[in-house]
Ligand binder design. Structure first.
Ligand SMILES: *Cc1c(COP(=O)(O)O)cnc(C)c1O
Length: 454
């Protein structure tokens, strides 16, 4: 067994193709539907909204590997390959026989994995002559990533930022503005969707669902403008598979193979990124790895949502997506892991979870911060509040391994660092944070409002 702390690849090891898990799935996800006709959508139906290549990738159920354009790989070189790290400090702190590894996606210039998809999405827009992009951002990480990616391809970007994060995370706004993006707090008065929500709920602090509605509305009403989404959709998960593909090579360098792969869960992109490449060996019958998505207890779509067609946004502008959902008008508590405050899960992950091919756990806010703090003390890196959910799930598994006296190999994705989230840490240290549990009644009432399509 190697004594190395980090396992590093060269630039030439950056994957040349993304891995599309759909062809290998025993049960494919149902198609997205046109909300008006309830008919399955084609890639062409999505062309008005997304870049054509993103739309084609979204609907690609046949190709297992999709080539990464040379221009995208060149920009990936700014920070990729990312390190795989053996968390010896955390192992020691927990006194566990488990071997814990993490893929460090926090080393990207914007501090999270989001740039993996922002770059190809901006690239495909540029390729077809698009000049403007709109998007939404929760905690600000996707907005920051797309701001940088847009700048690199000379595109103008407008970002709707969830209001609670706009005030809680002012430095993410500064980052976006530094890269030249326009940032608008959502709900705003600049769109119909925003005006409607502000009129009905003047103190509403916003949600990803609302911000998506506003960004989609602006994209559809601006010439030569496309919308880009930072999670949930198939093509976003696809782009994130560079994480797992690199990790696979690095685990090999470490002489280990994961028994358990863990990612935190907002809409599913970083979880998909670390998990899908390893999942293909389960599908091929070669391995029996356990996959765990860690979601916040205040927004438990995987553990307590229903499998149902639902909108990706609050106002109901997006196609109907087959998803595990809490209902598109679910309003999660204002937890500090803003990137995990989303009502539904992507179609692929929802299907995999429904078919028992992966697990999910929900983590209370205080447990996530206790885990984050333990990790920071043991490994030095201050994790993003979102990533802290993956760390908490990892700690649960490592302690279970200790109880059972088993040498489990655990791999988790460190989706981002928390250096711009110190307000949240301040509040945790001051004892000001609390857990937000959702009652069964709240979940049931919200889901009851959904139109039944399947
Ligand atoms: C956005 C974000 C998440 C959640 O989004 P997923 O699509 O589920 O990955 C998790 N961690 C960080 C650091 C993020 O920025």
């Amino acid at each position: 067994m190697s004594e190395s702390k980090k396992f590093l690849l060269q630039e030439c090891d950056i994957p040349t193709a993304w891995y599309n898990v759909i062809p290998a799935m025993p049960v494919k996800p149902r198609p997205m539907l046109n909300p008006a006709t309830k008919q399955p959508l084609t890639a062409e139906d999505l062309f008005p909204l997304f870049s054509e290549e993103a739309a084609r990738q979204e609907m690609n159920f046949t190709d297992s590997w999709i080539e990464i354009p040379e221009e995208v790989r060149d920009l990936y070189k700014i920070w990729r390959p990312t390190p795989l790290v053996r968390a010896r400090g955390l192992e020691k702190a927990l006194d566990t026989p488990a071997r814990i590894y993490f893929k460090n996606e926090s080393v990207s210039p914007v501090g999270s994995h989001k740039l993996n998809s922002a770059i190809p999405q901006a690239y495909y827009c540029k390729q077809q002559g698009v000049t403007n992009i709109t998007t939404e951002t929760g905690a600000g990480q996707w907005g920051a990533a797309l701001s940088l990616a847009s700048r690199m391809f000379g595109l103008e970007l407008a970002v709707y930022m969830v209001k609670i994060s706009y005030s809680q995370k002012p430095y993410r706004r500064s980052i976006m503005q530094t890269y030249g993006a326009e940032v608008i707090a959502s709900p705003s008065m600049s769109t119909k969707a925003g005006r409607k929500i502000i009129t009905e709920h003047p103190n509403y602090q916003g949600s990803l669902g609302t911000a998506i509605s506003e960004a989609v509305e602006l994209a559809m009403s601006t010439p030569n403008c496309k919308y880009a989404l930072g999670s949930v959709l198939n093509h976003v998960a696809l782009h994130q598979t560079v994480i797992g593909l690199e990790a696979e090579k690095q685990m090999e360098m470490a002489g280990d193979y994961p028994d358990i792969v863990i990612g935190c869960f907002g809409g599913g992109s970083n979880f998909a990124g670390i998990a899908f490449p390893f999942m293909r060996h389960n599908f091929a019958g070669e391995r029996d790895t356990t996959f765990i998505a860690a979601e916040p207890a205040s927004c438990p779509k995987l553990t307590r949502g229903v499998m149902q067609y639902d909108f990706g946004d609050e106002a109901g502008y997006t196609p109907l997506i087959p998803m595990l959902t809490l209902g598109h008008n679910f309003s999660p508590a204002n937890i500090h892991a803003g990137g995990l405050r989303y009502h539904g899960a992507g179609a692929v992950v929802s299907q995999l979870k429904n078919d028992g091919l992966m697990d999910a756990v929900d983590i209370p806010q205080l447990e996530s911060f206790a885990a984050a703090t333990a990790f920071a003390k043991a490994e030095g890196i201050i994790p993003a509040p979102e990533s802290a959910h993956a760390i908490a799930a990892t700690i649960r598994e490592a302690l279970k391994a200790k109880e059972e006296g088993r040498e489990k190999v655990i791999l988790f994705n460190l989706s981002g660092h928390g250096l711009i989230d110190m307000t949240a840490y301040d509040r945790y240290i001051a004892g000001d944070l609390s857990n937000h549990e959702v009652t069964d009644e709240e979940v049931a009432a919200n889901i009851a409002g959904l139109e039944k399509i399947i």
